[in-house]
Design a protein around this ligand. Structure first.
Ligand code: ZN
Ligand code: ZN
Length: 81
């Protein structure tokens, strides 16, 4: 679910609620919503952090990085090999 808090965390710093709708706004780019997912423009300095690409739950500093808990299971799998 998209909430104002999660939008702020993801860099949409000027998001606001208008009635029942949430308006996605970023001070650094023309943020837009694609298929219900808020997106920054490419190269937007506010586009960090990203969601974990494994579970999507936590925010990580780099694209295609995983959150702490996913990184742990990741390392375990590596060691199994
Ligand atoms: Zn942006
Ligand atoms: Zn994760």
């Amino acid at each position: 679910m998209t909430t104002l808090d999660t939008l702020y965390q993801r860099g949409f710093d000027q998001s606001c609620r208008i009635g029942k709708a949430i308006k996605v706004r970023c001070s650094q780019c023309a943020a837009l919503v694609i298929n219900g997912i808020a997106c920054h423009e490419i190269g937007c300095p506010n586009a960090f952090p990203y969601d974990c690409w494994q579970c999507g739950c936590e925010l990580v500093q780099r694209k295609h990085q995983v959150c702490a808990s996913c990184a742990e299971s990741y390392e375990e799998n590596e060691n199994d090999r």
